[in-house]
Ligand binder design. Structure first.
Ligand code: RB5
Length: 144
């Protein structure tokens, strides 16, 4: 069973709960890294928790905040993480086939539930193309 980590702040909590149930019905093991209520909290805490787990396990994750922006900024501070803020299914597909994204970021105040579910399914179903895209990923941590 493929393991998918999920984490959010208060703004993303409701969407996280919906996604966790949806992923379970699709046969994934959804691992909930918090937050566990709509009480106000700080998104970097949950982004770092999820990213450390994803990097250690070599799995994938989904981070949700109000816009997805804070989560993506925090997640991309981890060198092993390629986090993609997606608002369309095209973003989700390209983030996998060209960028080999291992963390999907969503904005619960930006993206409706049905679209979010479609983005998640596309993200999880799309393979990395490799080849010239791997060369470019290898350059991400190389500074001139
Ligand atoms: C919380 O109000 C909001 O700032 C947060 O969910 C997120 O959108 C930050 O980028």
């Amino acid at each position: 069973m493929q393991r998918i980590h999920l984490a959010s702040d208060h703004a993303g909590f409701n969407l996280k709960e919906i996604l966790a149930r949806h992923l379970s019905t699709l046969g994934y093991e959804a691992v909930d890294d918090g937050t566990h209520s709509t009480a106000s909290c700080d998104y970097p805490v949950f982004a770092h928790r999820l990213c450390q787990a994803v990097a250690a396990e070599g799995t994938s994750g989904i981070l949700i905040c109000g816009t997805g922006l804070g989560m993506s900024i925090a997640a991309n501070r981890h060198t092993e993480i390629r986090a993609a803020l997606c608002t369309t299914e095209l973003h989700a597909r390209m983030s996998r086939c060209h960028n080999n994204a291992n963390v999907l970021c969503l904005g619960a105040r930006v993206t409706g539930v049905e679209l979010a579910l479609a983005i998640v399914e596309t993200f999880l179903a799309t393979p990395f193309e490799g080849g010239r895209h791997q060369r470019r990923l290898d350059l991400l941590s190389v500074r001139a």
